[in-house]
Ligand binder design. Structure first.
Ligand SMILES: [Mn+2]
Length: 309
């Protein structure tokens, strides 16, 4: 498996910078890839110094981070100049991704949404979102970079423009570009009350599963707990479907070790994922498929019990 962890799991502790964090990941068992935020981890630093520090480690990609300038919206901001800034930030992030030899630009539009009735013209803002994604996708495609939409139902906005797997797939259809897909964040799916494996199947059946943000939580908020710690049966089912669809991308752990030792927390995420993966292998794909084919809740629970043995 290909694994990556959050840079900010170390940086937010306050005692290391991006260069020291890269070193920590280089020496961490199981980690194969790095993942950067743009502009946060890249723009303030010398690009050549970053490239030298990365050395022979692989880079999965770059994720956009929109700060307060965009608080009223990225692609849907009432100020057209700020909408242009958001598209430009994505293009700059694509350029950074190319320089770092990454493959995927992950876009989370946290500020595109609304909080009040009569606040936005839905059709106009939906259309603006599609158009902006098309512009970013075409720019990225010329440079051989994939663009992946990370949806989240709410927070910081009360409602996000692209809030779940359904609207994401509708957006992908309308964007209509081969290099645009979806990144599934486990907590975001739970917040939307989705069944994570169902969202996975819907994305993967058309080859649109471009990325994973693995973590766990209790549905009401973006808790960022260790993968598989809360919704263990759902995590097992998710891993089963990853195998069924032969997912060979990077497994990025988007969890938040606020009170935990960052290194141990990331290692535990890797261990959880590997253990769940081994459990699925031990039972066997065919045996699991046989149980699923029965559409029998009791048989399904029996399978879960067997997995927990
Ligand atoms: Mn995420």
């Amino acid at each position: 498996m290909k694994f990556a962890g959050r840079m900010n799991s170390f940086i937010h502790k306050g005692d290391v910078d991006i260069f020291q964090t890269i070193e920590k990941y280089r020496n961490m068992k199981g980690i194969t890839h790095l993942e950067f935020n743009y502009p946060e981890h890249i723009a303030p630093n010398d690009m050549q110094k970053l490239i030298d520090c990365i050395g022979d480690m692989k880079v999965n990609g770059v994720a956009t981070r929109f700060k307060n300038h965009f608080v009223a919206g990225e692609f849907t901001n009432p100020n057209q100049d700020i909408c242009r800034d958001a598209v430009q930030l994505c293009k700059d992030a694509v350029d950074a991704c190319v320089q770092l030899h990454g493959e995927v630009l992950t876009v989370w539009l946290g500020f595109d949404g609304f909080d009040y009735a009569f606040q936005i013209d839905y059709e106009e803002k939906w259309n603006a979102t599609i158009k902006a994604y098309q512009e970013v996708a075409d720019y990225a495609n010329e440079k051989g970079i994939k663009v992946s939409i990370e949806y989240k139902p709410f927070e910081p906005r009360a409602f996000s423009m692209i809030d779940g797997i359904g609207l994401t797939l509708l957006a992908l259809q309308e964007i209509n570009r081969p290099n645009v897909g979806v990144t599934l964040d486990f907590c975001h799916m739970l917040m939307k009350n989705e069944s994570p494996a169902y969202s996975l199947a819907l994305a993967a059946r058309n080859g649109k599963l471009f990325g994973l943000h693995m973590n766990d939580g209790y549905r009401v908020m973006d808790s960022g707990l260790i993968f598989g710690s809360v919704n263990t049966p759902q995590a097992l089912e998710f891993v089963y479907y990853l195998k069924k669809y032969n997912y060979d991308g990077v497994v990025f752990f988007d969890s938040f070790p606020f009170r935990e030792d960052a290194q141990k927390e990331i290692e535990m995420n890797i261990e959880m994922f590997n253990r769940l993966s081994q459990t699925v292998d031990k039972i066997g794909m065919d045996k699991i498929a046989e149980v699923v084919a029965k559409q029998d809740g009791v048989a399904s629970q029996g399978l879960i019990l067997e997995m927990l043995k």
